[in-house]
Design a protein around this ligand. Structure first.
Ligand code: SIN
Ligand code: CO
Length: 385
């Protein structure tokens, strides 16, 4: 449904990605919004949906988090309603986000959707992540500057803004235009008319997050328990002194874990964990037998990947002898099948749905595959429609 154009992907990745902001005029021609403001407001009624309203009334900023008893109570002055992870709830929002899959899916975070009334925005600010902002209906003036040491202000405890950036892009965007903003580039969007915006955000874990997640993994799996050991301890003048050689030994102990099997096992688990709550599934989860799945495949039923499900796998390591299994990861869990069916499984993982048709892959003929599909359907990651 959505087709990204007016961008040369190779040039973009080489010259812009994580380097320079870029305005892409009419990246989507005849752009149709995947959701309207009423549906967006409807989503905020769910407890599991992360939303906020940022408003500015006579120069006073306020932020309210959903769900709201009465949403209209907060739509005061100039206001924006911002809703996270809309790709998990709205199929067309998921399709829109997937047009950016020239960036690996394990780098993708979510699609944040906003609706703003004229004059509204969240103020000039920096984000830690790269983002493509697609202009939906209405128009908005976007200013983007370069990274520098900006003064940060907090006009409200939930709102961080910066002051005094010089825009290097200052343009009015209309439906279908896209602006790419690399991390830490100050930006400010001010609605000129009632408007919708779609932000495709990317994950970039910090060293802190990586360490913390890996430490949790090691504790949960009761692994990496090797302790510091002295190497040739000799008498020293000051008993409180840590020798430089000992500092080196500590670093070596820590460096060992990066070479460990456990690190390789943890990384895809961590990168596949895209925060989707179990209960967000729009589809009834039923227990199917493998035979029932085979029968439905043979009957030409469609098997769709559920919203927010972004399977990932690791490129085989050529220095390690060939694995007997092919493993992929969804939302922090691993799934394996025999290596012989790896190509079939990779193909299945890369498409939004499968159905057996004449001349197409006859999935029902592969027992290892149908066993895996049964598991994935029963987990709620694929649904039949
Ligand atoms: C928005 O208001 O839709 C996007 C806010 C931002 O600049 O991150
Ligand atoms: Co921003």
């Amino acid at each position: 449904m959505y087709k990204l154009q007016n961008i040369d992907i190779e040039v973009f990745l080489k010259d812009y990605w994580q380097q320079k902001p870029l305005l892409i005029r009419q990246g989507f021609q005849d752009f149709q919004d995947p959701i309207d403001e009423h549906e967006l407001a409807g989503l905020t009624e769910e407890e599991s949906v992360d939303s906020r309203i940022v408003n500015n009334q006579d120069g006073i900023w306020a932020v309210e988090h959903g769900p709201y008893d009465d949403i209209n109570k907060h739509c005061l002055g100039q206001w924006s309603l911002l809703v996270q992870s809309v790709d998990h709830y709205v199929p067309d929002a998921d399709s829109l986000m997937n047009t950016f899959d020239f960036i690996p899916v394990w780098r993708m975070d979510d699609l944040m959707v906003s609706y703003s009334n004229p004059g509204a925005g969240v103020g000039p600010h920096l984000d830690q992540y790269d983002v493509f902002i697609i202009q939906g209906k209405g128009s908005r003036r976007w200013q983007v500057g370069l990274p520098s040491h900006y003064e940060t202000i907090r006009p409200h405890c939930d709102l961080s803004q910066v002051t005094g950036f010089e825009p290097i892009i200052d343009e009015v965007l209309t439906a279908g235009d896209i602006i790419y903003i690399p991390a830490n580039h100050p930006h400010n969007g001010v609605a000129l008319e009632p408007c919708m915006n779609y932000s495709v955000g990317f994950r970039a874990p910090s060293q802190q997050e990586i360490l913390s997640s890996f430490a949790d993994y090691a504790i949960d799996h009761n692994t990496l328990t090797q302790r510091y050991k002295d190497h040739g301890l000799s008498p020293r003048e000051f008993t409180g002194e840590i020798k430089q050689q000992e500092v080196v030994q500590f670093k070596a102990l820590l460096a060992q874990i990066l070479q460990s099997e456990q690190f390789d096992q943890w990384l895809p688990v961590f990168l596949s964990d895209n925060k989707k709550a179990e209960d967000e599934s729009n589809h009834q989860i039923e227990e199917f037998s493998q035979q029932a799945i085979i029968d439905m495949l043979s009957n030409g039923e469609y098997f769709h990947r559920n919203l927010g499900v972004k399977p990932i796998f690791v490129e085989p390591n050529s220095s390690i002898s060939a694995n007997a299994t092919f493993t992929f990861y969804i939302q922090g869990e691993s799934y394996s099948g025999p290596i012989e069916s790896a190509d079939l499984v990779k193909k299945f993982l890369s498409v939004p749905f499968i159905a057996e048709q004449e001349g197409e892959t006859q999935y029902s003929q592969f027992p290892e595959f149908t066993a895996l599909l049964t598991l994935l359907v029963n987990k709620g990651h694929w649904y039949i429609e």
